[in-house]
Ligand binder design. Structure first.
Ligand SMILES: [Zn+2]
Length: 77
């Protein structure tokens, strides 16, 4: 019997998105250009779920490391 090897899904590119473009309920990877932190956050009903480290300002997300640069959001395609 031949066992078909399970294929792992290939790493897919992630789309850079603005918070305003995030679907209502979505898991998003956030990259902070200030301190290069990488975190996963969740959006519920289009708003960032409460987190101690990130603050949503309009369509931008800011990390609490003190950088004035907005985080980049990445969402799996
Ligand atoms: Zn940061």
């Amino acid at each position: 019997m031949v066992v078909k090897s399970a294929r792992l899904p290939a790493a897919r590119p992630a789309a850079k998105v603005a918070a305003a473009e995030v679907p209502n309920d979505c898991e998003v990877t956030v990259y902070c250009p200030g301190c290069t932190a990488f975190e996963t956050v969740w959006f519920l009903n289009g708003h960032l779920m409460e987190t101690q480290k990130f603050t949503q300002v309009g369509e931008l997300l800011f990390h609490d490391c003190g950088t004035g640069r907005p985080c980049r959001l990445y969402r799996p395609l």
